[in-house]
Design a protein around this ligand. Sequence first.
Ligand code: SF4
Length: 758
Amino acid sequence: MIFDFEMIDSFYKQLDSKIFEIRKRLNHPLTLSEKILFSHIYYNNQTNPVRRGIDYVDFLPDRVAMQDATAQMAILQFMMAGKETTAVPTSVHCDHLILAQAGADDDLKKAGITNKEVYEFLSSVCNKYDIGFWKPGAGIIHQIVLENYAFPGGMMIGTDSHTPNAGGLGMIAIGVGGADAVDVLAGMGWELKLPKLIGIKLTGKLSGWSSAKDIILKISGLLTVKGGTGYIIEYFGEGAESLSCTGKATICNMGAETGATCSIFSFDKSMSDYLIATGRKEISDFASKNKNHLSADKEVYDDPEKYYDQFLEINLSGLEPYINGPFTPDLATPISRMKEEAAKNNWPTDVEVGLIGSCTNSSYEDISRAASVVKNAISKKLTAKSEFTITPGSEQIRSITERDGFLDLFRKIGGEVFANACGPCIGQWARKESDNNKINTIIHSFNRNFAKRNDANPNTHAFVASPEIVTAIALAGKLTFNPITDTLVNADGENVKLAEPEGLDLPPEGFGDIESGYQRPVAGQKEEKIVVDPSSDRLQLLSPFKEWDGKDFLNLPLLIKAKGKCTTDHISMAGFWLKYRGHLENISENYMIGAVNFFNGQTNSIFNQSSGSYDTVPQTARVYRDSGSGSVVVGEENFGEGSSREHAAMEPRFLGVKVVLVKSFARIHETNLKKQGILTLTFYNKDDYQKIREDDRIDITGLSGFATGKQLTVTLTHSDGTKEKFQANHSYNESQIEWFREGSALNIIRKSNKKNVI
Ligand code: SF4
């Protein structure tokens, strides 16, 4: 079955004329990223947004994918828009909430109980709004997207950082926060600063123990975890063409570890083969007909330094396997140097667990190569010294690797097969080791290895490598084992050497016809009312925020004057609170609890003007809200930097904060606050921050004449009766002023769809 065939057909039919227009507009040879980005512009009348790294552009992606943890709040918001269906094809994937503990069957059963209400909610809203729903156990979001939804030249957003995985099929695929997803679901343009471009030419060909994973491990080391920020990485060259489609996806997936907006490869035979093998020959035909639009122009490849903002060249023929880590994915060590580096840094070299799979590396090619290592080891009477686990990326992959005997090979060396879900990659791993502080080493083929990412132990040294290297090291039980040069002692006491891995890009027996775990939206569910148990502590239906009453804000108490760095993590902490992502009231109990109070240097301890004593931030905000006054939050520079977390903007609105006044905002957080109807202001004179006292009452006046570029006035009334007045700037445009007046951006859409409001 081909999903969204009509949309894809229509996309390719229009591509030629769109590229013609783009050429006229840009008037220079085009990179692949430019072709895709500019063929997805939202408004045709946007003024020439051609300055990479400077201009903000509204895009219209072709589709949205959401994982179960982030989908909850995004969908709860979308429900308020009053739409009958999502503006673009959308899918939800139940992968993040499954705990890996006792093997696939038991873990899935347990997840079905623990997350019952979340799954039922997501399943029913997907039916109602015509959203594709992938049940728990169906697979991990990015693998499912690659197998079913991605198409060359398309553009998608996903509420998960590793959405760029779909770049392996030539798609611009970008990880976003829930607020961005809501924009696209509700039919608004999606804003992105036009990315800069890094061109990477791959020459030569991989061989032996080296794999696509080693390319991105090396690049992560070169670019570091920040070097790709604000860039799209575009790969090309004969080395790129020699890689399998799923190998390309691995590289794009882990490009997120450089901070890159996304990564992309141009359409080639490997993509065509993968599309055909996964039952999408028609899409392969469409793409083949448009091949010249699905790669950069020849002039770009001939003179890449002229057209890319940065350019790198990597020879795959000389590439050796890498092991990255611990604690960061950009600490890249070629395998031949690991003995030296481990000794120098005192890394524990006994490997307790080797883990393969995840969304990053669980293709047929990955699993077959790892299985060939195991097969060879068994034939040479070797057993695994470390624990070994396998997380298939999808039911599709699990079923064919079971059919073809690979999973049995893993079981023969003690391998444990977990559910087709994120599991240990996201800390959803009930590890058998009980000492949560033991210094130890694990190695996996996932993408991230920050402290506590895989288990709860901050002393777990997690290393990242390709599945075949992870397998070899799990057999040896030693981080310093290099299968290219070293031997192992087998059951007969002989020194034996592992043969180089062998694998196949695609399954010779095909992907088969399996029960994939997809739930097709059921016809006739549109009228269904979505019911959420009012006593649930994980889900809560939202109510629209009130529109502005047309009056100036007068006599608002200061809630908190935050000192120093205040990221979205300080504003809305993660960790324990993640389980409340679908429950605004409960998650609002973490509002600003990580921010430092300017007046006492403490967190979550602020002066409550009503009681005259110190209290928590959420409790004090609630008191001010319930008294009818609301409150003001004050902060310093780059307020709200960090991941785009819509809760960080929804919580203050829910708790009655009316104004956030800071020295400067992180742009995304500022926009998120505006969307929720909070007035965002910046000090005209940054020194005015010093004037604000703990027990101030604050007026914001001039709102009746609220207009683009026009300052508003802030008046402080101190407790001694004195007053101070100063000007504040804002960055609202006309439509954003409407968001403020109407109470939120969603309220505007809601009004225009009144008949469908739930
Ligand atoms: S497997 Fe890991 S990287 Fe992939 S979606 Fe799940 S948590 Fe994210």
